[in-house]
Design a protein around this ligand. Structure first.
Ligand code: G3H
Length: 478
């Protein structure tokens, strides 16, 4: 069936025997753009079995050979950047240039991962017993890092390629196999990315990609006894997954309410530029987007004016035209964002622009004088709407940041480095950026959230380590 993209198992592209498919709605046209297979639970069982057997052989494949294949996949991925980017534009309305950047960044991530894996997995430890009281030098302990087995990778819609390879590459270099469940919107981009790994020549069954409805195979996958680790990025469904998953390592990244604290001595032009980039790139649909500005009252008017001027320059329209602001991913997402905007309006926030929406396209909106009783002070719009809360002390800003149930990243703008460090220490988030907007990259930096923002730490090195376990052999001398 030429109209429905096949899923990938055992090195082959297959139609689901369910005969069913899942539509992928283009956020811009709001019409069905693509269709993918609705895999059944039996098909998931088959994939798990194949992934398990393929992993056993892969774990015995020399590390340098695993790295070589990853380098090959990275190069092919970059060669395919144009068609993959086109899918990203159609499926998730990512602006054309950002879509290309996502693919190139992904190729770089895969290569870096291959290099890093060779270094960190190529060495183990050697311990001797006589450093512990009561022991003679009669026990030699050798440690190495071994793979976990089958890794279930679940990336979100906003980076269906990059946040897939950030799980796939560390898993593979460490000797694991992969079952990928892409987001529905983004599934075709992900399938195309998997095709690049296929072309690189990885063994059959090592990388598999199942598509389908969460209601049909979601829990079935995450609770499957064949899964040895789950790496998930997405919304609060991750909390449910964590509760239901078995006794396996989990890597979860579940969003944030990243605060931008602006002190009186901050360079306001720098702040305004970072608020635009941090708050409005990909229309605010990033877990690391600036989601609340906490600015000292004395500089608030000046900052709001500067941001307003920059918002006026943002282009709004189709992702094909590389507009800054493009339609948000779905109608339900647009409705949710609208709900937050209307709540803020009712409770008296100052609208710096008029609220405007056409279909899934929401014009960028800055809301000033937001107060803690408004939903938008706490909830994540995942859209181009940014609240500004005016504060009278740094403590007030830190308090608001720490009262959030999220704790992904945050940022602070000041020229006083001592203050910046003290504020960074006080903010209960996984990362604090000083004088720049929050961001996950460069992709080898550790990336982690606390509280409802997730568990575990990502970034290339941490992901490789997380997807292995320590194995020791002790030599007992007479
Ligand atoms: O959406 C969540 C991503 O991990 C954020 O990545 O900071 O590169 O946009 P980014």
């Amino acid at each position: 069936d030429g109209d429905v993209y096949k899923y990938y198992v055992d090195g082959e592209w297959k139609k689901s025997s369910s005969g069913k498919s899942v539509p992928i709605v283009n956020p811009t046209t709001r019409k069905t753009q693509y269709r993918v297979q609705a895999c059944s639970q039996e098909e998931v069982n088959k994939v798990m079995d194949l992934a398990k057997s393929a992993q056993k052989l892969w774990a015995k494949t020399p590390l340098w050979k695993r790295a070589e294949l990853l380098h090959k996949a990275a190069a092919i991925l970059k060669e395919h950047k144009a068609p993959i980017a086109e899918c990203l534009v159609k499926e998730i309305a990512k602006p054309a240039k950002d879509a290309v950047t996502e693919v190139v960044r992904s190729g770089d991530l895969v290569s870096y991962c291959a290099e890093e894996g060779v270094r960190i997995l190529g060495e183990g430890k050697f311990l001797v017993s006589d450093s512990f009281p009561g022991n003679e030098r009669t026990k030699y302990c050798l440690t190495s890092k071994i793979p976990l087995g089958v890794i279930l990778a679940i990336p979100p819609f906003n980076y269906p390629v990059n946040l897939a390879v950030s799980k796939i590459a560390p898993a593979l270099i460490a000797g694991n196999s992969i079952v990928l469940k892409p987001p529905t919107q983004g599934a075709v981009s992900a399938l195309h990315m998997v095709h690049c790994f296929h072309l690189a020549g990885f063994p059959r069954g090592l990388i598999n990609c199942v598509t389908g409805k969460g209601s049909e195979i979601g829990d079935f996958l995450t609770m499957h006894p064949g899964v040895n680790c789950i790496s998930f990025t997405g919304g609060d469904t991750g909390i449910g997954i964590s509760k239901k998953a078995g006794m396996i390592p989990l890597q979860m990244e579940l969003g944030g309410k990243d605060a931008c604290i602006v002190l009186e001595d901050a360079d306001l032009d720098l702040v305004a530029a970072n608020i635009i980039k941090g708050g409005f790139s990909y229309s605010g649909q990033r877990c690391t987007a600036v989601k609340v500005v906490l600015v000292m009252e004395s500089v608030a008017d000046a900052l709001v004016e500067k941001v307003k001027a920059k918002v006026a320059k943002l282009t709004v329209g189709a992702p094909e035209d590389d507009c800054d602001i493009t339609p948000v991913v779905s109608e339900s997402s647009a409705n949710y964002i609208e709900g937050l905007v209307l709540d803020a309006k009712e409770k008296g926030a100052t609208f710096c622009q008029e609220y405007k929406r056409e279909g899934n396209l929401i014009w960028p909106l800055l809301l000033d004088n937001v107060r803690p009783d408004m939903r938008i002070a706490w909830e994540e719009p995942f859209g181009p709407v940014l609240p500004v809360i005016r504060i009278n002390s740094v403590e007030e800003g830190i308090h608001h940041c720490n009262a959030s149930n999220f704790g992904l990243q945050g940022c602070v703008f000041t020229k006083d480095v001592n203050k910046a460090i003290m504020i960074s220490d006080a903010m209960e988030t996984g990362t604090v950026q000083i004088n720049s907007a929050p961001a996950r990259g460069p992709d080898h930096f550790p990336f982690q959230g606390i509280k409802d923002s997730g568990i575990g730490s990502q970034g290339i090195t941490n992901s490789i380590n997380m997807m292995t376990k320590v194995k020791t052999t002790v030599i007992n001398l007479p």
